[in-house]
Design a binder for this molecule. Structure first.
Ligand code: 5CA
Length: 158
């Protein structure tokens, strides 16, 4: 039995036609480092789900980055045509319906503009948060791009 917030993500996956399976880990996977340790994968294979607020329009933006990378907010803002600021926990919950540490790539409260870090495309399989700090699911980078309707871009800091 999945926790309700993780089941919501499993249901959103199924509704969107994806067969990926949400799993719950005994150890916390709240951060990318914790998730990698709990799964037994490289931190680079963890999808960090970061929420930003576009400063002019106020819209929510999600950036999915490799756990090994830092996001270059300026580069991402240039792609979107307006500057980005980091979202506070209330904005994250309001936009996505989930709390930081469990924000999944789909099934959000409102549709968010999404960008995927091209660094994730180097891996055959990556892991994303699934609604809860202990819940994750494995997916291919191509699935991530499809389920987020994202544009792929070079947004990692060099
Ligand atoms: N479950 C894990 C691995 S799948 C996870 O969700 N990791 S994460 O990286 O996608 O989400 C945690 C991220 O939330 C952190 O990298 C950090 O950038 C962001 N975050 C943490 N605390 C705050 C905060 N107080 N305000 C805004 N963002 C925060």
């Amino acid at each position: 039995m999945l926790k309700p917030s993780a089941q919501k993500v499993q249901d959103a996956l199924a509704a969107a036609g994806f067969t990926n399976q949400v799993i719950e880990l005994p150890d916390s996977a709240r951060t990318a480092a914790e998730a990698a340790a709990a799964i037994g994968c490289e931190v680079a294979e963890i999808v960090k789900s970061l929420v930003f607020r576009a400063r002019t329009s106020g819209r929510g933006v999600m950036i999915f980055a490799s756990g090994a990378n830092r996001v270059d907010e300026k580069a991402a803002g240039a792609i979107l045509g307006e500057p980005l600021e980091r979202a506070d926990p209330d904005f994250v919950r309001g936009q996505t319906g989930y709390a930081i540490g469990g924000v999944p790539p789909l099934g959000h409260a409102s549709p968010l503009h999404c960008i995927v870090d091209e660094g994730l495309l180097a891996f055959a399989r990556v892991w994303a948060a699934a609604g809860h700090p202990h819940a994750v699911f494995a997916l291919t980078p191509a699935e991530l791009v499809r389920m987020t309707n994202a544009r792929v871009a070079a947004i990692a800091k060099r």
